[in-house]
Design a binder for this molecule. Structure first.
Ligand SMILES: NC(=O)c1ccc[n+]([C@@H]2O[C@H](COP(=O)([O-])OP(=O)(O)OC[C@H]3O[C@@H](n4cnc5c(N)ncnc54)[C@H](OP(=O)(O)O)[C@@H]3O)[C@@H](O)[C@H]2O)c1
Length: 250
């Protein structure tokens, strides 16, 4: 579980541990990570996922203690503001953590999952990957990329014992959302969508339970809130049609 030091990742790790999983927690913040790992009877591995070179060694260190049966790519950063005001290094870091790290983590765990004949990958994306609002262009692009990457990976893994869940989640009551709303054009856009009943802040508990259920039931998609499922469903249409057209092609 990446991004397990707080927020959705910490709560999901606790829920999965309560359901019997042995959890391995990854994030940069050593103290909260080790505290939670001790509480859950799991393990903590501090790592900066923006550093691409750290990823293969991290997976090797984790797998030295046991196989990764389920990879949850949850770590993510937000970056809100007018594009022209955003620093180069923060845009690069956002893409490294939100998009590149999940790809490299998948690449690192898939060989082991293949050889064991089982594995599940969960990518925590966002409705921002389908709904573009001002102030979030790089963040939305990273989540659109993660969603489309997951579709491509699923096509690649078809016929193997490895399955994927793409979680496309709307705003959750969190520090991340408070940070998005600190930028006035983003706050106004989200407020408009809320007035039109096209967005609503999700309760963390609801999101965590739904994610844990999706993992247990091997669901390929989780779209929350349900009232907003139409937009990601529409984006899924060409992917699904391509999948059908490629049936039987290896
Ligand atoms: N909150 C929402 O409304 C919302 C909506 C849709 C999707 N999401 C997605 O859900 C995921 C979790 O969001 P959240 O609200 O729980 O965010 P959060 O509270 O800000 O937590 C983000 C997690 O990612 C970790 N992280 C950040 N940069 C990292 C790095 N370079 N290396 C390793 N770990 C790193 C953080 O740990 P450290 O800082 O300790 O490294 C933290 O554990 C994200 O992918 C987010 O995009 C959130």
């Amino acid at each position: 579980m990446t991004g397990a030091s707080r927020g959705i990742g910490a709560a999901l790790a606790a829920e999965l541990a309560a359901r019997g999983a042995r959890v391995v927690l990854v994030a940069r913040s050593v103290e909260p990570l080790e505290k939670l790992a001790a509480e859950l009877g799991g393990e903590a591995f501090a790592a900066d996922l923006a550093d691409a070179s750290a990823i293969e060694p991290l997976v090797r260190r984790i797998e030295a203690g046991g196989p990764i049966d389920v990879l949850v790519n949850n770590a993510g950063v937000d970056l809100t503001g007018d594009l022209v005001a955003l620093p180069t290094d923060e845009i690069a870091r956002l893409l490294a953590v939100n998009l590149c790290a999940p790809m490299l983590l998948c690449r690192a765990v898939i060989p082991g999952m293949r050889s064991r004949g089982a594995g599940h990958i969960v990518n925590v994306s966002s409705l921002a990957g389908t709904n573009a609002v001002p102030g979030l262009a790089p963040y939305s692009a990273s989540k659109a990329g993660l969603s489309h990457f997951t579709a491509g990976l699923r096509a690649e893994l078809k016929g193997t014992p490895i399955t994927t869940t793409l979680a496309q989640v709307g705003t959750v009551e969190s520090t991340m959302v408070d940070s998005l709303r600190a930028h006035e054009p983003t706050r106004r856009a989200l407020a408009r969508l809320e007035r039109l009943h096209l967005a609503v802040d999700l309760d963390l508990r609801v999101v965590v339970d739904a994610l844990a259920d999706a993992i247990e039931r091997d669901k390929r998609h989780l779209r929350l809130p349900k009232r907003d499922a139409l937009f990601p469903l529409i984006v899924e249409v060409p992917r699904r049609v391509t999948e059908l057209l490629l049936t039987g092609v290896r």
